[in-house]
Design a protein around this ligand. Structure first.
Ligand code: B12
Ligand code: SF4
Length: 469
């Protein structure tokens, strides 16, 4: 029997924050990433509570049916939510149910989807207020006096993350099943195979200055200062003292930027953190090539042992098309460097670092040879968790908007979901990619590769790597 914890929670407020995600993700999740907590929700609820505005928390992830959610909604006067494109279908349904039950209640929506697709949300009468952009400087006024805001409005963010309060993690939703609860380490997060539990997810920077056409964060997140190194370390030490930290996931879209910040991190993290916890964080191949010494120092001295790089493709033609501003050569430089550092660390009797290698297949315009080159690049990595997905045309990205406008996107409003093996763009030969990942084209991929690389990635490994992450 599953016990859904929120049912037993006492209602403290007539304002509820609804955490979004697939039904059941906090009851019996498919994988670890579905269980990760939402920093936008955490930050804004912390700000509200610090300003004397109590909110209750409910989660679509903590129920297994819409009826279960509906039973918890009567009487609320306001519902707040952080809507991303991949949670939009859930947000829409929840807003409709809320308004059916509480016709006088208000639904306040913000988040990435509200920022990149406000027109879509404007057409839905159940959304009473739609906030584009950051919400930390407006959330208190919005909740106190919603009528002073137009229906769709521009939010306001802090100048720097130094101004953000540390998230009160106990405001995050709880796992809703006693078995899951035992290994979840709430309010820290569960193990996902990247490092020992409990896992602390943190954010040190919000903006990525690059302009990749499939992502393009800079176009919708206003520039803001990075969280000071001391504040990051203080937060981790605080969490460790209170809950015990096993490893860290740095959720920044781009951790490996601002060399001066990174140098300070190399200097202070090993000396001031309670423990030099291993961590997952993201970089780019071109900047690894630009600052190889800094990269090596971070890996060796700060225990950056899972390096997420958006390699995306092993073909210059496709990298250009994606405006990735990285070349095949940059990618191979980063791969060879980490292979070398890993070999040396093995020789020193240390655990070697690994890549978390983001790869996209099924990019419109990609030829079979381009895809073979990508698979060859993957085989060059000695130690890697491949994270492979079919290109998804998200609104908010330049290429996404273009494909949506051309009618080529198969990601309907009801299905912004990113299941990596869903078919997402018209005209892409997905059966070829399925066969490629199943090993049918191994001969072509392996041609010209040395024996050691041919052997890497046994049949089926890459198909399994098509995970939802
Ligand atoms: C951490 C992260 C994840 C984590 C954890 C997600 C989670 N549980 O929160 C993981 C790794 C699981 C993940 C996965 C995915 N993610 Co992700 N992720 C991020 C990342 C890097 C940071 C999110 C974050 O915490 N930001 C910081 C907080 C403070 O910001 P925020 O949540 O947006 O909230 C602010 C505002 O939006 C606003 N706001 C929010 N809610 C509200 C509500 C009200 C009422 C108001 C007024 C304001 C407001 O105020 C907040 C403070 O400024 C973002 C990129 C980014 N820079 O934001 C991508 C991002 C959100 N992810 C994205 C995507 C596409 C995905 C994936 C689909 C695939 C992928 N590309 O990795 C998967 C899907 C997972 C799934 N469940 O199916 C896209 C979403 C695009 C879109 N149009 O919605 C982003 C923007 C990255 C990108 N540029 O493509 N992701
Ligand atoms: S894909 Fe990575 S490098 Fe490119 S804009 Fe997005 S976060 Fe930045």
């Amino acid at each position: 029997m599953n016990i859904t914890w929120p049912w037993s929670q006492k209602r403290k407020s007539d304002i509820v924050w609804l955490d979004l995600g697939d039904l059941g993700d906090l009851v019996h999740p498919n994988g670890p990433h579905e269980q990760w907590q939402d920093h936008g929700l955490g930050l804004l609820r912390t700000i509200l509570h610090q300003n004397g505005i109590e909110t209750d928390i409910l989660s679509t992830r903590a129920v297994t049916s819409w009826e279960q959610l509906a039973k918890q909604l009567p009487g609320y006067k306001m519902m707040l939510m952080n809507v991303r494109s991949y949670t939009y279908p859930v947000a829409l349904k929840a807003a409709q149910i809320f308004k059916e039950i509480n016709p006088q209640g208000m639904v306040m929506a913000g988040g990435m989807h509200a920022t990149v697709a406000p027109d879509e949300m404007e057409q839905v009468r159940e959304f009473d207020k739609i906030c584009k952009g950051p919400g930390e400087e407006v959330i208190v006024d919005l909740v106190r006096d919603p009528d002073s805001f137009p229906r769709v409005f521009l939010g306001r963010g802090s100048k720097s993350m130094a101004d953000w309060p540390a998230i009160d993690r106990e405001l995050w939703p709880k796992p809703a099943n006693w078995k899951l609860r035992r290994k979840f380490n709430w309010p820290l997060e569960p193990e996902c195979g990247w490092g020992p539990p409990p896992v602390a997810t943190i954010i040190t920077s919000r903006v990525c200055p690059w302009q990749c056409v499939f992502c393009n964060e800079a176009s919708y997140i206003p520039n803001m200062g990075r969280k000071p190194v001391d504040a990051v370390i203080d937060e981790l030490n605080f969490l460790d003292k209170k809950y015990g930290v096993g490893s860290v996931v740095i959720h920044d879209s781009m951790f490996f930027q601002n060399p001066s910040w990174l140098k300070e991190w190399v200097e202070k993290y090993p000396r001031h953190a309670n423990k030099v916890w291993p961590y997952w964080a993201a970089g780019r191949a071109d900047t690894v090539r630009q600052w190889p010494d800094l990269f090596e120092a971070l890996v060796r001295e700060t225990n950056w042992n899972l390096i997420s790089i958006g390699f995306e493709s092993g073909s210059d033609r496709i990298l250009k098309l994606l405006n990735k501003e990285c070349t095949e050569e940059d990618n191979y430089f980063a791969i060879d460097l980490l292979n070398r550092i890993g070999d040396e660390m093995v020789a020193e009797g240390k655990e070697p670092p690994k890549f978390w290698s983001n790869i996209m297949l099924g990019i419109p315009g990609e030829s079979k040879e381009d895809a073979f080159k990508t698979m060859r690049m993957l085989k060059r990595m000695k130690r890697v968790f491949p994270s492979i997905s079919y290109y998804a045309p998200y609104p908010g990205s330049a290429l996404g908007f273009q494909l949506i406008a051309e009618g080529k996107s198969m990601m309907s409003k009801d299905n912004y979901h990113r299941f990596p093996d869903d078919e997402k763009v018209k005209g892409v030969d997905y059966s070829f990619y399925r066969e490629l990942l199943a090993g049918k084209y191994d001969a072509e991929v392996n041609s010209g590769l040395p024996e050691s690389e041919r052997r890497r990635g046994y049949q089926g490994l890459y198909a399994e790597a098509l995970v939802k992450a």
